[in-house]
Design a protein around this ligand. Sequence first.
Ligand code: PXL
Length: 282
Amino acid sequence: MDRINRALAIHDISGFGKCSLTVALPVISACGIETTVMPTAVLSTHTGGFTGYTWRDLTDDMLPMAQHWKSLEIGFDAIYTGYLGSFEQIEIVKKIVNDFKTEDNFFICDPAMADHGKMYALFNMDFAKKMAELCSLADIIVPNFTEAAFMTGEEYRKGPYTKEYVENMLVKLSALGPKKIVLTGVCFDSENLGCACWDNGTIDYVMMPRLDGVYHGTGDVFASSLCGALMCGKSLTKAAEIATKFTCGCIERTLKYTPDVRYGVAFEGELPSLIKELGIYE
Ligand code: PXL
């Protein structure tokens, strides 16, 4: 019997602040994809700029959840991971990927751990090495420049970049193992911003006019819509185009509503445009 495509999203739930699972679940579902979630922790807010947040760790539940799905013969068309809270969680995710990866599905890893030249709160450079191990198992990775530099040991630079710097970074990332890479935060001048797509050695760029405002959670909005678009059968570059447009639309909306960059982006009102762009339900 046919079933609709199914993703497994492995991230924390930050109750407030629109990132990780509170973005992945609605965005991937809107793409017409059934979305199974494995929450790795429940927090009151994300850690980006808030203090005093609660953190209920769910590490001990991760393998039993996966084992239960296995016993029910539940499979996934994609495994999508983002923010992971510890070395131990990365080790567990490696096991889950080994268990559920097949010839026909893909593992997309967003090594969400750093931005703007700095690791997020709670992480150090050893964590970047550990995350590189997970990326080496992935079919597709979605790092920003900070994550890319920290995982490859290359120098982190602020943009604008030269093509040489960007393409060298792609080569170094591909040496970790993934065949496909979407490197975000690419800019060659002060007006445009976008991403570089590496597909088995072929490089494409997707650029849009740069918008003001650096909102929390845009990486998750981008990677979730990229995952959804790929699961709808789009090519890597087309999926990156759809994800870039969607993310820019979300930021434009947010500029009208939310002054606090920690509150995340107003992605909700942009979902109809994403669905239209994907051409599903037509
Ligand atoms: O958006 C990435 C993210 C996800 N989850 C938590 C975070 C962050 C970034 O800071 O703190 C808990």
